[in-house]
Ligand binder design. Structure first.
Ligand code: HEC
Ligand code: HEC
Length: 336
């Protein structure tokens, strides 16, 4: 039974990849009773409670290019569903033509974080969304809100959800509310842990033991998120002419120099290239880098040291990480 369900989802994902070029792609809701979740429910803040109508509106806004300054770029222009909500680029180009200096992170499980951006400079998801709306897609929020109010299908939805027409605040809240529904769980590994012993390969089982044990990865990539909202220097800026100062931009502490947030490794197989600078192309290379203890750096975390994982063991850790990929059904929203 379970195998059939997974096969069906894989088919849907393959189809999603095909359609992606021309269409909005979205994660659908949880598929009901069969979903195996290792994660607690997402908490929605009291200032922005969730409702199905609000997240449905946010989903439309996320794929709508009319939110941008040029009318040419939607949020999903860099955060594609089939790429683990990233863009397969080392660095992306903004709506205004300027290059980003950091790699697009995944939006999976963004509702569980406590600080947003690679350096954690945003204290709330709503503040982050407003900044992305202004900077990544170059919007003048008041102008966009006025334009959306002129679209009857939008005006009616904003009225139903917020009791006002579209306002910058309502647009931000709907987007943030929608982002909180992007949850990666119910992976083969979660099914294995729930007792379905054949959900993953023998290599993945051995890889998980290495990840937790000899590899010492879980010190930072802590289950069940396989990440933490904590910042570490892992040596990636070493040797660069103008290093990215990372977390110290926020804390002004020298020891936070070039420290970045530990990303969640759920669905990480979908989101290459890797690291805050997109400098590593494959998952295997990324694991090899971490297992090697990173480049020497005076501010490197003492938790990251050479592990002695062999090539074969690195392959098994990769097999384990691939088993953390979830495959939610999705449906592109119709835009008013
Ligand atoms: C041009 C590419 C691009 C577009 C378009 C874009 N983003 Fe991003 N997004 C990024 C990059 C790059 C970062 C990381 C920046 C940093 O950490 O300094 C990011 C970070 C984020 C994060 C933080 C994730 C985390 O783990 O902290 C969220 C949430 C997010 N974007 C949402 C959005 C929303 C909502 C929109 C549309 C309003 C949007 N993005 C449009 C490139 C983009
Ligand atoms: C000291 C804490 C720490 C330890 C220990 C650690 N990591 Fe990481 N890991 C991080 C941080 C921080 C990043 C992001 C670094 C950056 O981009 O500057 C990261 C990034 C990664 C990435 C890239 C993810 C992405 O989305 O770009 C992978 C894969 C990864 N680690 C795997 C591992 C594995 C496997 C181990 C064990 C061998 C490990 N890590 C040990 C903190 C740690």
């Amino acid at each position: 039974m379970r195998v059939i369900r997974i096969a069906k989802w894989s088919g849907a994902v393959a189809l999603a990849v095909g359609i992606l070029a021309s269409c909005a792609t979205q994660q659908g809701g949880a598929p009901g009773a069969t979903r195996v979740s290792a994660l607690p429910p997402v908490t929605h803040p009291a200032e922005n409670p969730a409702s199905p109508a609000k997240t449905a509106l946010g989903k439309q806004l996320f794929v709508d290019k009319r939110l941008s300054g040029t009318g040419q770029m939607a949020c999903q222009g860099c955060h594609y569903r089939n790429l683990g909500w990233t863009d397969a680029l080392a660095l992306s180009k903004r709506d205004d033509g300027k290059m980003n200096t950091r790699h697009t992170p995944s939006l999976y499980n963004v509702g569980y974080q406590t600080a947003w951006y690679w350096d954690g400079r945003s204290p709330t998801l709503e503040a982050q969304v407003l900044a992305a709306w202004r900077n990544q897609i170059g919007a003048d929020p008041e102008k966009v809100a006025a334009a959306l109010n002129a679209v009857p299908g939008y005006a009616s939805q904003f009225n139903a959800v917020f009791g006002t027409g579209a306002t910058p605040d309502a647009i931000v809240k709907a987007l943030a509310s929608y982002l909180r529904t992007k949850v990666s769980t119910d992976s083969p590994w979660d099914r294995y842990e729930s007792g379905q012993r054949r959900a993953v390969s023998k290599d993945a089982v051995e890889g998980q033991a290495l990840f937790m044990g000899k590899g010492r990865c879980a010190a930072c990539h802590t289950p069940p998120f396989y990440g933490n909202s904590t910042f570490y220097n892992v040596g990636l800026e070493q040797g660069k002419a103008t290093p990215d100062i990372g977390r110290s931009n926020v804390t002004k502490k020298p020891e936070d120099m070039s420290a970045f947030k530990t990303p969640s490794l759920r669905s990480v197989a979908l989101s290459g290239p890797y690291f805050h600078d997109g400098s590593v192309a494959t998952l295997e290379e990324a694991v090899r880098y971490m297992a090697g203890g990173g480049k020497p750096d005076p501010n490197k975390s003492p938790l990251l040291t050479p592990t002695g994982l062999t090539d074969g063991e690195i392959g098994k850790v990769v097999a384990f990480l691939k088993s953390l990929t979830s495959e939610e059904p999705w449906e592109a929203p119709a835009l008013p």
